[in-house]
Structure formats: structure tokens, C-alpha cells
Design a protein around this ligand. Structure first.
Ligand code: GUN
Length: 285
């Protein structure tokens, strides 16, 4: 039997409808959450993500600014913009779209963002807080995935979860959130030996490798829940995930499609974090 499709668009729409009401109530109190997005260079995919973030803000009534900078932008200019936004009372969240063009130091840029406005939760302080389990902002993609699993009634506690990919943006924080939800977690990566043997143990398999159709049916346990974080182009230039969707859906119990799975949830978490930041800023003023 083919897997149940986990519909990220539908879950995202329901979470955003709730958030919209929350933003409306805040605005009636005179608090308008504000997000500043900085994008450097002209990478098409990054520009598409940023457009979706802006659109998400508009739909919810969140104020947004997009700062588009040329790829020749120097560190000092970028740091100076971040410093201005750090003290701008209209701005509750700051997001610098990654990856940055060569020559710009991502680590330094992330650390320049006020941790109270770091709605990506990428800074050292926020990552540390996630590790301890005492966080303000949840990392966008992993938190979106947890929300998807909850909405799909997938129990996490006690389950074998395997995450493929160890990036700071997805793999590592994903493992941490699954562990906070009482799963037994394994992180695999490019040097993992006998990868298929490990992935076949997974009740919940999260693919975040960035390689088109990397996860094949033989790597999946029958009935497993498969979460696809990938956003790639296949040999015909069509959008595809890290999972060979057509083959794996015949074996899995549930699966997220690409597009329409994890992607919309990432932006939903960002919007949620921006609202959280606005509430905190208002409470401390
Ligand atoms: N590039 C890919 N994913 C992300 C994300 O979640 N946040 C930022 N800032 N850049 C990204």
C-alpha cells in the first residue's frame, strides 16, 4: 500500500491561520511584529526563498523589509546594516539568507545579530540554548518537521530516528529536537559505513543531504515515516527531494512530498519565531 502523504501545505495553512489571529490581536495592542531579511548576491533559489518569506509575512500582517545587497558587498557594510537593524525598534527578527557569497564570513555575520532577534536560531547562544533545552527560538526547519509529525499523529517517543546529514541548519538541531522528544537518535553523514543498514533501522527517517533522490527504497524499513528536507533539481531540471519519492512511497508508511512537504513549514516556524520575538521585545520595553 502506498504511503500516506504528509501535507506540509495544509499543516502550514492551519498553523499560519492561528498565527494570523495572534498577530491581529498584537496589532490591536499596538504591537506589529517586524522581520528584516538580508540577501546578498543573486542566487535564484535564495531569492525564491526570500520572496516566500516576505509573502508569508504579508499574509499574516507581519511588517517586513528585504535588504538586497550586491554580491560585492563587503563585511563592514553587512555588519553595519545588521548593527542598525539590531537597534531598530520596528524590527523584531533579523535573518541573513545563507549561503553568503565567497569572501563573506558567515560565522561572524551570524554572531553580529542580536541573539534576541536571531529568528533562525543560528547564533552560538541560541544553538547552546537548544542543546540545553531552554530555548526562545526553535530552528526553523527542524521545528517545522516536529510540528508536521505532531499533526500527522506520528509518535516520536521511544522511536528509532535516523537523520542523514549533519549540517548546523538541519541535521544537528533536528537530532537534538528528536532527542528532546524522547526518540533514540542516530546521525549519519558522508563517512558513515553501511549507511543502508543504519537507515533501515529507522522508524522515522529524515533526509537532509542535499543530493537528488539519494534515499532509495532499499534504504527504508517497510512502514517507516520518511521526511524529505531536500530541494534539488533532477537530471531533467525538475524540483526533487533527497528521497526517490516514487519508489519510496510504495514502501514507507508516510512520506513528505517535495515541494509541499517540509518547505512551507520552515517559513511557518520563521513567522512564529518573529511573533515570539515581538512579544518578548514588547514585554522588555
Ligand atoms: N538557507 C537555507 N535554509 C536557510 C534558513 O533556514 N535560514 C537562512 N537564513 N538561510 C537558509
Amino acid at each position: 500500500m502506498a504511503a500516506v502523504l504528509i501535507d506540509g501545505k495544509a499543516v502550514s495553512a492551519s498553523v499560519r491561520a492561528q498565527l494570523k489571529e495572534e498577530v491581529q490581536a498584537l496589532r490591536e495592542e499596538g504591537i506589529t511584529p517586524g522581520l528584516a531579511v538580508i540577501i546578498v548576491g543573486d542566487d535564484d533559489a535564495s531569492h525564491r526563498y526570500v520572496r516566500n518569506k516576505k509573502k508569508g509575512c504579508e499574509e499574516l500582517g507581519i511588517y517586513s523589509q528585504v535588504h538586497m545587497l550586491p554580491k560585492e558587498t563587503r563585511m563592514e557594510e553587512l555588519l553595519s546594516l545588521i548593527s542598525t537593524l539590531n537597534t531598530d525598534p520596528l524590527i523584531d527578527g533579523i535573518l541573513v539568507q545563507l549561503p553568503l557569497p565567497k569572501g563573506l564570513d558567515e560565522k561572524r555575520v551570524i554572531e553580529a545579530i542580536d541573539p534576541g532577534k536571531d529568528v533562525d536560531a543560528f547564533s552560538e547562544v541560541n544553538v547552546g540554548r537548544i542543546m540545553i533545552g531552554n530555548y526562545t527560538f526553535l530552528p526553523c526547519t527542524p521545528a517545522g518537521i516536529i510540528e508536521l509529525l505532531r499533526h500527522a499523529n506520528v509518535e516520536i517517543e521511544g522511536k528509532e530516528c535516523v537523520v542523514i546529514g549533519r549540517s548546523n541548519i538541519v541535521g544537528k538541531p533536528m537530532a537534538m529536537l528528536l532527542m528532546h522528544a524522547n526518540a533514540t537518535v542516530t546521525i549519519c553523514h558522508s563517512r558513515t559505513k553501511n549507511l543502508s543498514e543504519v537507515t533501515r533501522r529507522a522508524d522515522i527517517l529524515v533526509a537532509a543531504i542535499g543530493k537528488p533522490k539519494f534515499v532509495t527504497a532499499d534504504m527504508v524499513k517497510p512502514g517507516a515515516v520518511v521526511i524529505d528536507v531536500g530541494m534539488n533539481r533532477d537530471e531533467n531540471g525538475r524540483l526533487c527531494g533527497d528521497v526517490d519519492f516514487e519508489a519510496v512511497r510504495e514502501k514507507a508508511g508516510a512520506i513528505t512530498p517535495v515541494p509541499g512537504g517540509v518547505g512551507p513549514m520552515t517559513i511557518t516556524t520563521l513567522l512564529k519565531n518573529t511573533v515570539t520575538a515581538a512579544k518578548l521585545h514588547h514585554a522588555s520595553r
